[in-house]
Write a protein of this length. Sequence first.
Length: 100
Amino acid sequence: MTVKVTPNDKNNPPGKLADAELHFADGPLEGLKLIGFGIWERRTGSGRNVTFPARQYSVNGERRSFALLRPIVDAQAQDRIRDLILEAYADYERQVEARP
């Protein structure tokens, strides 16, 4: 699996740094990608966060979201994906900084 990072060049919405996709290169998901990850600057300015793909719906006029990628048992499974996406974004930033 690889992570593809697409920078948010328009700075809209504010705080959104990039979008990310997971590209599967092996196994039953080979040739498919999972889209909908967002990389954000934390509002406190201390670090970054990753949002997962979700579907929005409303109940009694209130907007809610339903996460599409969720752990079966181990909640830390999401942390592994989040860390992988943040590492890919850090690599992307280093590549951009290294360009002349």
